[in-house]
Design a protein around this ligand. Structure first.
Ligand code: SR1
Ligand code: MG
Length: 439
């Protein structure tokens, strides 16, 4: 149990190129040749070729392959000193790579096989070198094509349960947990991105917002909805004030790389101590976004029903698997400050603890519904949209999917207090889209 906060900054930093500058693809192979600890892995591979493949909002991503075999060797991720999607006029600290490498190291320890291996961290260059997942693809792209991933739910349930339980007060002694809270609280700049672009700007007038003019009337109505604003303010307060577990912080379907057999969570640069439901909600909310987008992507009604049913059942499986694994860990490794066994000993012991566990997980589920709603809505209203919707060319068609996403998001937020089981959450999706219940 326990992990210190010094982090992988102590991973051998033998590189000679220490003055920060954004690398070009041409420079990367020379850079790697100067990192002593990587040489055993690179030996015998011959010439390496490198391409910059980043299509995200923040960083440079270099894919390094062996020229001979074409096989992926490593991926190099380097922080730019500005927000890539906004341009150089929007400065952003490079320290985020410290938090990403530290979070990756912790996730590797807690969830082996569910995150890419971290091979090297160069603090001065704000870069990490990690495993090349060239047999995986970004989940969002597979979802758009209607691919079903049979192991995803089980893998993500395990990732969520282990990463959240084992960084919480349920597992860690309070001094260790507080040290981690303190360290990750310094990732304030990335938290501020979420505070602004998930919880605030999308729901008010802001120069960085953009939306499909076809849904303008709905957008204006949402911005004027006082009840919705009150609920979002409550969820935002949970994000700001609740240091429940070390969360990934940006766990959408673009942060999952997978194939039919294997699943990896990438990109934990937004990691900090926050509410567990923020991670679970981000993931499930993005599956719901896919469900909305398939109203258009799947033209054939039979194929659409089939894929939406798979998505909804996957949501159920992720939650059920998460809940089951979380409770198993709580039963087997109840070693933290929060529910010390002697506290419950004189008032019914296990039965009392079970009552508390049920209420704890019910609260995580309500948070999950609320945060899923916020994450869904911001993608239609704010600065950062998602490919599921953006790849629908006709604005009228896109409006159909976007409007459903907004209505479901609004309902998940405002109706979350009555969500008692995952079926209640799924029913909100089903009744809004008009998908018949299989039950
Ligand atoms: C400026 S908003 C950029 C977004 O990209 C990241 O993936 C996060 O979701 C963030 O909110
Ligand atoms: Mg990301």
């Amino acid at each position: 149990m326990g992990f210190g906060v010094s982090g992988p900054a102590d991973m051998g930093r033998e590189s000679t190129m220490s003055a920060y500058h954004p690398l070009s693809a041409e420079e990367v192979t020379g850079y790697l040749a100067g990192v002593a600890c990587l040489q055993p892995r690179l030996a015998g591979l011959g010439e390496l070729i490198c391409h910059e493949i980043g299509d995200g909002n923040l960083n440079l991503i270099f894919n390094v392959r062996a020229a001979g075999s074409g096989k992926g060797v490593v991926v190099v991720k380097q922080a730019l000193p500005y927000l890539r999607c906004a341009g150089e006029g929007w400065p952003l600290g490079r320290q985020r790579m410290d938090f990403e490498s530290r979070a990756m190291e912790i996730e590797n320890r807690l969830c082996p096989g569910l995150v890419p291996e971290l091979m090297y961290f160069d603090k001065d260059m704000s870069l990490i070198v990690m495993e090349n997942l060239d047999e995986h693809r970004i989940m969002r792209k597979g979802l758009i094509e209607g691919v079903k991933y049979p192991r995803f739910a089980r893998h993500m349930a395990e990732f969520l349960a282990r990463s959240l339980f084992m960084t919480s007060d349920l597992y860690l002694p309070s001094d260790q947990k507080k040290a981690l809270v303190e360290y990750f609280a310094r990732n304030a700049e990335l938290c501020k991105i979420t505070e602004d672009f998930v919880f605030t700007n999308p729901f008010m007038e802001s120069a960085d917002n953009r939306w499909n003019p076809e849904i303008d009337a709905q957008v204006q109505a949402l911005r004027a909805d006082a009840r919705l604003k009150v609920e979002i303010a409550e969820l935002k307060d949970g994000f700001l004030a609740r240091t429940q577990a070390l969360i990934h912080g940006d766990l959408h379907t673009g942060s999952v790389m997978l194939n039919l057999d294997d699943t990896r969570v990438i990109d934990p640069e937004f990691a900090f101590y926050g509410p567990m439901g923020f991670d679970v909600g981000a993931l499930l909310g993005n599956l719901v976004l896919s469900c909305c987008a398939h109203e258009i992507h799947s033209a054939d009604p039979e194929a659409r029903r089939d894929y939406q049913a798979w998505l909804l059942d996957t949501i159920r499986q992720v939650w059920d698997g998460f809940r089951q694994e979380f409770l198993r860990l709580w039963h087997d490794q109840n070693s933290g400050e929060a529910t010390r066994p002697e506290f419950f000993a004189q008032c019914g012991g296990d039965a009392a603890l079970r009552l508390y566990q049920r209420s704890y997980l019910r609260r995580v589920l309500k948070d999950t519904a609320g945060y899923a709603g916020c994450k869904m809505m911001r993608r239609q209203l704010g600065i950062a949209h998602v490919e599921d919707m953006e790849c629908i060319e006709d604005p009228k068609d896109r409006a159909v999917a976007e409007s459903l996403a907004l209505t479901i998001g609004q309902r998940l937020i405002t109706e979350r207090h009555r969500v008692e089981t995952i079926h209640d959450m799924i029913d909100i999706v089903r009744t809004t889209i008009g998908i018949r219940s299989p039950r």
